[in-house]
Design a protein around this ligand. Structure first.
Ligand code: HEC
Length: 137
């Protein structure tokens, strides 16, 4: 094998690893428990929360973290670090951990921007969990 080929292989491997770098999870036992409400849907329950606290940064030509939150499909698709919502499993969904401030330096909204973008309350995080646990419909 020549050097150029080896180099190409090395670089592709590095990119592959970077592409699969997962978003970090915090301690799931510290998450607010899933809300008991049934029939939670994105349009009815979740969209208004995200529009207030998330969408301004996560939309447009260059959404932060390459993560658009403009539509439910965008939200499920994920950003530069991959998927942050695992339908059916909110405890494994990075978005929930970040919104509950369990991931250091990845609190969402960023802690220094909360004068403009309010953090989700515990009840709101619980509702986002219910939405995801019920299949993110
Ligand atoms: C003031 C702007 C701002 C607001 C508001 C905001 N974010 Fe973010 N978000 C960022 C920035 C900046 C990053 C990239 C951070 C990094 O990669 O270090 C990011 C990254 C993320 C990521 C990781 C994307 C990826 O794949 O790398 C998720 C998930 C996320 N935000 C969710 C949310 C949620 C949920 C809300 C609302 C509760 C929210 N964000 C509100 C600025 C914001």
């Amino acid at each position: 094998m020549n050097t150029k080929l080896l180099l190409t292989l090395g670089i592709s491997t590095a990119f592959a690893v970077a592409a699969f770098a997962d978003l970090e999870l915090g301690d799931a036992s510290k998450l607010p428990p899933t809300a008991k409400k049934t029939g939670v849907t994105y349009d009815k329950d979740i969209k208004p929360l995200f529009e207030k606290s998330c969408v301004k940064c996560h939309s447009g030509e260059k959404p932060k973290g390459k993560y658009s939150m403009e539509t439910k499909d965008n939200i499920l698709k994920g950003g530069k670090e991959g998927k942050s919502v695992v339908p059916g499993n909110s405890a494994k969904s990075a978005l929930v951990h970040q919104a509950a401030d369990l991931v250091k330096d990845m609190e969402m909204p960023p802690t220094d921007k909360r004068d403009k973008y309010p953090a989700l309350t515990k009840d709101q995080v619980a509702l986002v969990r219910a939405w995801i646990d019920q299949g993110a419909k």
